[in-house]
Design a protein around this ligand. Structure first.
Ligand code: Z15
Length: 868
């Protein structure tokens, strides 16, 4: 504590944010000299990126400190978002955009004047950088992505922390600081090759290392119960066997047009300083040091599976390490206020992003019972009022199950607690539904298999939470009628709710598509970009949907973005330009970028491309002119991108097929560049910012009922791209919002999937003719002349293994819908542009701001803490 008489001195030297270009330049140069120990003579783009980021970070830290003080003083309910993944991407440009503060806000220093009234921080710094001898765009490119996530789930968490800060919610994210994020993907001879993601190679200006915050975490060991304590529900001692330290790293999360800067706290593992003297005395010094160093492996790498549970011990260790450290932190903060434990759920809401943090439920129960000596049932009441769980999938292979043996070995006390939670739960079920043994075994947290018993994490998460939500309406309905139907019976339907996903318009519109953002703000007369906070303002655009002058401007923006993507593709294709720039306006950019997964059906897309190619060739063979072919199959570029889990054989084969088809099609002179195929290597957030604004059409074509929500569908629509999609996930609500005339839907509905799958198994279903031709071509080695059987497994999965993802059932409908797309795009551009404009006009619902508001109101009961 600083004595009162010293405070005057502190205030005299109070740190100030930079507000003018001049002040920024001064900061920049002092960071070049003092932080980087460089100078005018050796400051390259990388150094300029670091000095700029350090300068911006200084501003953020001032607001970060004020925000934390304000939130502590106001003492409203705090929200903690626990996610094993935060797919943040780059921070600098986002910080520059969000830094623009609101004129009405009092909590800005005098220097903030210059950042308002259309004079954004980004523009100011662009000019200052220019004066200093740098180009902002080149400097921004120096930043590596923070790629601490696999796909949708991780990117959702990143959009959420942005909206939480923007909405002034007192909310922290908790995650892991992986030394290596998702692997970098190289394509070599058409195959995916994984290389490590060295994102921390140069120092990371966006993290604040809190070396003073180190939480000891135990693993293994055994449980000791004092003689006086008879049962496992009474306070017990867990004597841990292995100990590591969790060290905090904080990332400031700035809100848009608000001085609120929230915190994303990421833990990294380091060895304890306790030394194993017995080993040392045995002369095994080297071994003992080595064993300690192994602590760091806990946070070494992100598991690269999306929608798949691999069940590895190190993953469970990651989960407990992260849950225990985060809860320790949360409980410590709560205890400072000396409020009674019963008020814990009034002070704190914890959201579980999928089942990955389910152990937090068990850990809080352990802390309350074993350490704080609360009665079991009082503790459990607190726990269940605190947690809420978001489910992101119905797919069996993604549902987490841990072998009882593995869990009990790593966390012996936690396994006891899980058994007790289950025991009390099953008792309550038995009371409500007497003698229904079947029900009891179906809802038990413990799956009793013939071989091994497993802990079902989703069931544990439901039992330990007061709300469970799905991520889109269809999905939230599906979990109630399928995987969790017994729990609806037990708890009633009210425990289950829907919060449809959203995306942040700051990154996915303003940052990714500056030209469209500019056109919008000018058209709806919103020079301060208030529409980015109130997306209902976008409906103003509908007035201009058929305005020819406006349509032209709209189209010009799209063409600009397509050229930008064409440049990227050229660079990624070793300088070889496959896109004919003279015809770019009449070339339909058809894009599918997302994790590669059979359920997402990139195979349907590439089979569609092959079909198109074969049909073109057939026309030429039967004497049609190239003009006639172009009339039927107008110009198109088919763009793919996405990573496959390293061990996912079928997904990797799909990548190879796309590249093999590209090789043949792109080099077939006969079709005169009417069709091109490209696989963008290493799809990530920063590439998505270039790709998304450039789509005419994007594909969201999962088997109905398999894609919980999808979020890239929202991003594409927000950027004026049209969708071809199945009636799945958020596509349903996108259709409702933008109108069914403005989306190309096709395929079977989720209610028919079960029957169709049954038919494949037990009926002799025949494949559509066009698909047979495609599969024959692939089988003949048309795309793999050296190895005709290479793609056999892909063909077999459809022909001989029940076509689980129903590619054959949706194929004709997909092809017919693609024909319709061509019709509108090439024959009725005005109609196309109208659809595009109306889509953006009505996309507002999919802002993550709306989504976070729904969580706050219906699940967390949390309110914003507004800066004065
Ligand atoms: C993941 O990215 C998603 C679900 C999962 O169960 C896992 Cl492990 C990872 C995705 C869904 O597939 C996607 O439909 C959804 O939009 C996203 O989570 C965010 O909710």
């Amino acid at each position: 504590k600083i004595p009162v008489q010293s405070r005057e001195l502190w205030n005299k030297h109070k740190v100030r944010k930079f507000g003018t270009a001049e002040e920024f330049e001064e900061k920049f140069i002092s960071h070049v000299e003092w932080t980087l120990a460089r100078s005018l003579y050796n400051c390259d783009d990388l150094a300029a990126y670091q000095a700029t980021s350090q300068s911006v970070r200084d501003n953020l830290v001032i607001d970060w400190n004020k925000t934390q003080q304000r939130q502590t003083a106001r003492d409203g309910k705090k929200v903690y978002y626990l996610s094993l993944e935060f797919l943040m991407g780059r921070a600098l440009d986002n910080a520059l955009i969000n830094m623009r503060t609101d004129t009405s806000s009092q909590d800005v220093g005098p220097t903030d004047e210059t950042l308002t009234k259309g004079n954004t921080a980004r523009e100011m710094i662009r000019n200052a950088m220019k004066d200093l001898g740098f180009k902002l765009e080149d400097v921004l490119e120096q930043e590596p992505d923070a790629a601490l996530g696999n796909g949708g789930l991780g990117r959702l968490a990143a959009c959420f922390v942005d909206s939480l800060a923007t909405g002034n919610y007192p909310a922290w994210g908790y995650g892991l600081r992986y030394q290596y994020g998702i692997f970098a993907q190289k394509i070599i001879d058409g195959y995916q090759v994984e290389t490590p993601d060295y994102w921390l190679n140069f120092s990371n200006p966006w993290e604040i290392e809190r070396s003073e915050i180190q939480v000891p975490i135990n693993f293994y060991g055994y449980v000791h119960r004092p003689e006086s304590e008879k049962t496992t529900t009474s306070p017990s001692d867990w004597i841990g066997g292995e100990r590591v330290l969790a060290m905090a790293h904080d990332m400031p999360i700035p809100g848009f047009k608000t001085p609120t800067v929230n915190n994303l706290r990421l833990w990294s593992a380091k060895p304890t300083t306790e030394f194993d003297f017995s080993k040392f005395n045995n002369g095994d010094y080297k071994n003992s040091v080595e064993q300690q160093q192994r602590a760091e492996s806990i946070t070494a790498v992100l598991y690269p599976n999306d929608n798949f549970d691999q069940g590895k011990e190190l993953r469970l260790k990651q989960q407990y390490f992260w849950c225990a450290a985060s809860l320790h932190d949360i409980v410590r903060r709560f205890k400072k206020n000396k409020r009674p434990w019963s008020e814990f759920p009034d002070a704190i809401a914890i959201q579980l992003n999928d089942t990955h943090p389910t152990l937090a439920i068990v850990e809080l129960q352990r802390v309350l019972v074993d350490l704080e000596k609360l009665d079991w049932h009082k503790a459990w009441d607190i726990v269940t009022k605190t947690f809420a769980y978001t489910n992101h999938t119905v797919m069996q292979e993604a549902l987490e199950k841990w072998p009882v043996g593995l869990l009990g070995h790593l966390l012996p006390r936690h396994l006891e607690i899980i058994y007790d939670i289950n025991w009390f739960f099953l008792q309550s079920v038995e009371k409500k539904f007497p003698h229904d043994m079947d029900l009891l075994s179906r809802v038990s947290v413990i799956e009793e298999g013939s071989q091994e018993r497993y802990v079902r994490m989703a069931f544990l998460a439901i039992i330990g939470s007061h709300k469970v939500n799905g991520v889109a309406e269809l999905h939230s309905d599906l979990i109630k009628s399928t995987i969790f139907q017994d729990f609806v019976k037990v708890y009633g339907a009210n425990k289950f709710t829907n919060v449809t996903n959203g995306i942040t318009p700051r990154r996915w519109l303003k940052q990714a598509n500056p030209k469209l953002a500019e056109l919008i703000s000018e058209t709806i007369n919103d020079p301060n970009d208030d529409y980015l906070l109130d997306m209902s303002k976008l409906t103003e655009l509908a007035k201009y949907a058929e305005d020819e002058a406006f349509q032209k401007k709209w189209n010009d923006v799209k063409q600009f973005n397509k050229s930008r993507l064409a440049d990227l593709i050229k660079r990624l294709n070793n300088g070889v330009d496959i896109i004919d720039r003279d015809h770019i306006r009449n070339t339909l950019f058809d894009i599918q970028v997302k994790r590669i997964h059979e359920y997402k059906r990139q195979q349907l897309n590439i089979f569609g491309v092959i079909n198109r190619y074969l049909c073109m060739k057939e026309m030429l063979q039967s004497g049609s002119s190239i003009d006639e072919v172009a009339e039927r199959y107008p110009r198109k570029v088919s763009i793919f991108g996405g990573k496959s889990a390293p061990g996912y054989y079928m997904a990797k084969l799909i990548i190879k097929l796309v590249n093999s088809v590209a090789e043949v099609v792109n080099n077939d002179a006969e079709i005169c560049d009417l069709l091109k195929v490209f696989f963008i290597p290493d799809y990530n957030v920063s590439k998505a910012e270039i790709i998304t604004p450039a789509s005419d059409l994007s594909e969201h074509i999962s088997t109905a009922g398999t894609e919980a929500s999808g979020t890239s569908n929202m991003k594409f629509v927000m950027n004026g791209g049209l969708i071809i999609g199945t009636v799945d996930g958020a596509n349903v609500e996108i259709t409702r919002e933008i109108g069914e005339d403005n989306i190309f839907l096709f395929g079977n509905l989720s209610e028919n999937v079960e029957e169709l799958r049954y038919n494949h198994q037990f009926q002799n279903t025949s494949l559509p003719e066009a698909l047979v031709k495609v599969l024959n071509a692939v089988e003949s080695g048309a795309f793999s002349p050296q190895n005709a059987s290479e793609f056999r497994p892909l063909i077999d999965s459809i022909k001989h293994q029940g076509d689980y993802y129903l590619v054959s059932d949706d194929f004709d409908s997909y092809v017919a819908t693609q024909d319709l797309v061509d019709q509108v795009y090439h024959k009725d551009k005005k109609e196309w542009l109208k659809k595009s404009i109306l889509s953006v006009a009505n996309v507002g619902f999919f802002s993550s701001d709306r989504c976070i508001e729904e969580y706050a109101e219906t699940i967390w009961n949390a309110e914003p803490v507004k800066p004065e």
